[in-house]
Each structure stands twice: as C-alpha cells, then as structure tokens.
Write a protein that binds this ligand. Sequence first.
Ligand code: NAI
Length: 689
Amino acid sequence: MSDFVQHVPQGDVHVLRLNNPPVNTLRTEIRAGLLAGVNAAKAQGAKAVVLIGAGRMFCAGAEMTEFGKPRQPPSLTEVFDAIEGFPGIVVAAIHGSALGGGLELALACHARVAVAGAQVGLPEVKRGFVPGAGGTQRLPRMIGPEAAAKIIVSGDPIKATEAHKLGVIDAIIEGDLEAGAVAWAKTNIGKTFTLARNRTDKISGQDPAAYDAVVAGLLKRTRGQESPKGCAEAVRASFTMPFEQGLQKERDLFSTLVAGEQSKALRHIFFGEREVLRIPGMPEDAKSLPVERLVVIGGGTMGGGIAMSAANNGVPVTIVEMSEEALQKGLARCHANWERTVSSGRLSQAEYEKRKALLTGSTDFEGTVAKADLVIEAVFENMEVKKQVFARLDKAARPGVVLASNTSTLSIDEIASATSRPELVVGMHFFSPANVMRLLENVRGAKSSWTTIATATEFGKRIGKLPVLVGNCDGFVGNRMTGKRTPQVEKLLLEGCLPQDIDKVMEGYGMAMGPLATGDLAGLDIGAAVRKARGTVAPVADAVVALGRFGQKTGKGWYMYDEKRNRLPDPEVERIILEVAEKMQVRRRKISDEEILDRLLLPMVNEGARILEEGVAYRPIDIDVIFINGFGWPAFRGGPMFWADTQGLKTVRDKLARYAEATNDANLKPTALIEKLAAEGGTFAGMGR
Ligand code: NAI
C-alpha cells in the first residue's frame, strides 16, 4: 500500500486516510491508493469504509499541475465506480475543506459526515472549467438542480452546517472526526443508502423554464466568462438526460473549457497568486517581526479602511488623528461601514462589536506611537508633510519598529531619509476602498531590510491582503501602467470615440468598469489637479472639468446620472468633444473596437515591459496579479502581460510601433525587452525559464 493512502482496519470499518500534504490533491498516487484501498477493504470483508484526509483538510480537489499532461490511470471515474460498487457503505469524513474533485469524491460515497467548521464547494468555475468528475450530475440529484446551479455557477464554498441542511451532509460530528465517523459508520452498517447517481426524487418534475430563469439571474454578473455558462449547461443535463449521458456531457464541457484560453488565464492567476509571495532573493531565514498592535496615522479614506482591515482580522489597531473632530469623524465612518454590513446580513452583531472593540483612536501622537509594533502612515499626499510625520514617528516609535507609508506616488527613499532607521521604512500601498481591495503593493526602498519586507508581507497576509513586492518609482506598478493608458483615452475621444464607446469595449473585455465611468466615480477634479501640478494638459478632460462636471459627486461628468446613479450618455459631452476636436483640427473618424482595445491595453503592456527592464516588478506574473486584484481586470483574461502573450509579442511590437507613429506618442515605441522577445519568438511567461 502506498504512503499516499493509509489503510487502517478498525474491525468492520476500514479507514482510508488521504495523505498528500498540504491539501491532499487527487494526484495519480492518491487515486491509485484509493482504488487499491477500497478493493482491499472489500477483499478483507469490511462492511464499511471511512475516507478521511490527513492534515488540515479532507481534499482540495484535482492536482492541476497534472492538467495538460498525458493522463495516468486510474481515473477518478474508476475510483468512484469502485466506491459505488462497494458491497457495504463508504462514508466521507470531512474536516477543513472538501473542494472540487474532493467534494465530487465525497458525493460518490454512500454518505458524508463533517465537522461543523468544515466547508464544501465546487470552485472549478473559478479556474475556467466545470466540475469534471460527476459533480454537476450528483449534486443536483441530492439537492435539486436550482440549488446545485447556485453552488456550481458561483463556485463559492458553503459551510458544512448549511450543506447539512441542504442534504449534502448526512451528519455533523462533534469531537474527534475519525473516531466519530467510524462510530457513525458502525451504527449505519446494514442500512440502505441510495447512491446519488440512482436518486431521482430531486430532479423529477424540474421545470426547465424555471431552471433557465434561475440560471439567467446567476449568469448576469459573469460578463464574458465562459465557464459559468458551461456549469449551468452541465447541471441542466442532470434533469434532461440519463445519468451516464449527463456525465458524458459534463466531460465534454470540461475538456473543451480546460483547453481554452480563459481557463489557462485563470490557472495562470491561481498559481500566480501563490508565486508572488515567493520573493526572489529573500533569504530563507528572513523573519517577520511580531505585530500585536498596529497604529495608523491619519483616519481619512485610506487610514480608516486600513484600520478596518486590521480589526476585521482580529488585530488591535489605533488610529491617530490631528484633532478630536477629525478622529471622531474617521471612527464614525468605520462604524457606519460595519453597520451597513450588519444591516445587509453579511456581518453578525456580535462580530461587529468585536471589531469595534479592536479599533480605538487617539490624538496623542507620541504616546500612541510608543506602543506600536508597526506603524502605517496614511496622511495627506505631500512630501513635506510625510517627512515631518516620519521624523516624528522615528523619535516616538520603539527602536526596531517598522514604519510604513501608504503613499501612492511619493518616493519611499526620500520619506525614509527623514528617519534614522531607513532600513525599517517600507511602502505599503493599499487600494481604495482599503477594507475591500485585496491588492497591497509593498514598496521596497533602497535600504529596506529583508526583515522589514518580511514584516510588511506577513502582516499584509494576516489582514487579508495579497502583498506584491515592487520597487520604488512614481506610481509603482499599477498606477504607473494605467497612467500610460490615460493619454490614449484623450486621443481616442478626439479622434472619433465617445465615452460610452470606450467603456463599452473595456467592459465587453470584462473590466469591472470602463476608464471613463471609473473617472466619474473617483472624481474628475483629482486628475485635473494632478495635471495642473505636473503642468500637463488634456484638452477634452479639461473642458469637461471646466464646466463643473466632476463626476458622480456633482451628478455629471463624462456621463449624466439619473437618481438611481445609472449612467446615461450626455449630448453635452458629445458637443464638448466635437468642439475641442474642431478647434484642434482633428478629423474625426469611425474607430473600430479592436483599435480601441489595442490603444488602451498596448501602452500598459509596453510600460509593464519597461517596469520589468528596470526591475521594479520581479516577474510578469507580479504585474498580472496586481491588475487582477487591484484594478478590476477580469481574472479570465489573465492580466496585461498574459494578454500580450496571447496576442503574440511580434504582433504587439508591430502594433506598438504603428501606433507610436500614428499617434505621435513616444511612450508607445516598443521597449527593448519587447523588441528582444519578439525577435526571439519569446513570451513574457517564458522569461527566466
Ligand atoms: P484623506 O485626506 O482622506 O486622509 C488623510 C487624513 O490624514 C486626514 O484625516 C488628516 O486629518 C490626517 N492627517 C494629516 N496629517 C496628519 C498628522 N500629522 N497626524 C495625524 N493625522 C494626520 O486622504 P486619503 O485619501 O486617505 O490618502 C491618504 C494617503 O493614502 C495619501 O498618501 C494617498 O496618496 C494614499 N492613497 C490614497 C488612495 C485613495 O484612493 N484615496 C489610494 C492609495 C493610497
């Protein structure tokens, strides 16, 4: 017997322990071990088998690194056939998570028990495919097609207690799971359990129209993603086809989707989000400093959001403000935000009270900072102000405490120069709203030590963020790249587009919101102030702002808004655009959707390449992960650098060169890195491999 599945007979009940740390994925050896284990239990006359996971969970699902390689037997189907053909009962005992193939394994068993804290789900849709081992056929037979579609199309896990109510889990076990599951199996030996595949009670009489209506609601928010549609189609087969045919339908959908570009993109991001945490060059022994108390300087938009993230994750946090009034305003904003979550039913009153107690405030700068284990500064974006604050922090904070800045544009090195501990200064660039957005760009200063970087990384993870380490430069990675897109938006408006044409293309691509609608949300006056400070102009945007159209906050910007904040194209904006174009003697023409997309994405790709050349980002995947988690970029497109690879870097180079000339924009001249990769027939993904 392989070490991957341990076979432990306990009288009539045989335990099979999945042992493939850390998450017991169903790699070939596990499948083989399960098949051999079930057959051995049968040969040895066992009356019941309990499947359980060793370590922290039951099973996280298929081994995705085996995808795309020749399949090694046995298949999961063979394993499931053995389970379903077992002459007694096979019981899955679930702790931690049973996800994807892990849940499908459990669904093929005669019964399932779980600890109350476990969760189950079929997240395949999030990797761009459908459950491929019967999940879309067995789950509907257990809980009905509509309930199953909700779980499978969303991919979100549900708690074991909820699964118990739905009928997926037969019993919740208290105390030790293995002992409890073995006892449960013993008392149920000889009882009849109808296998999911043989059940018809939940699917017979399903009205296809009612199912389609539920699915239409579920698919509304999935934009251009293919896998949710595939999931809905597979579940539909559960009540329109016999079991075996349904399985075949599911298998066909799986094979098509898994080979597609979207699934490759989603898996690229799935693995990428793990890879970005492995920081090249970080010594093995670099240790993060313990943080018992966080102090946030400034309780404005960002400071409040950062403090909430800490409290949401159980970290005691104190906000320091300049005046009692500003402090109370800041705290009240956090409380109101939590209260909204309570009213919507997404947060319990008890959890709210807990978070509220963790969040305190003070106007005593020195006294509070002296107690901090980590300080994150989020005061006004002004170098003089920041330097004053850091000089004061340096004196007030205990020696060895890391001082972080949430600056979005200023140099971390210059900020650090105001202290006597530049090695302990780092950027921690959160994104707005900071209590919601997962991205955290940690900015490495020239002198930041590995301990400091490890502390920013670990603390970021602890408060629910995805930290990506970047280098110090204006705008860091994300804002620097989107900054190169903005001039093209202005040019496209002049040359023939209207705001809605541009947003339609970007939203069609899958962006949460197009750039002009985003501008209206953030406030157009902000961009105008930046242009003024930098001495740049954007004739169309400036003309819009000159009319007091600052965006949603003034009721109109690039669009006008109705009372429900629905955006509507505004003839006044069209008039402004036409006027400016005429004044500048730009002949307007019809611009294709392809050109709009290229002219918005290619400048970002080019800047991304420059960022790689400079070493500001370590790897292309860091850039992709930044865009997916901080800029509303659709994960199923894989991020800007992945997108460039799918276009082919030769095409990217040729188009960039063409647009650089046509739009007279030196920024679009292909970078040396793109020239080199295009000449070699290389890709971003292949760099360094
Ligand atoms: P904000 O104006 O909403 O908040 C700043 C707060 O800091 C104010 O409440 C102010 O009273 C307080 N403050 C100023 N000096 C202080 C001092 N010496 N001691 C204590 N409190 C002090 O500004 P916001 O938007 O929160 O931005 C803060 C920082 O975060 C800036 O560096 C900004 O660039 C950065 N940032 C902003 C983002 C955004 O979307 N708003 C996104 C990412 C970073």
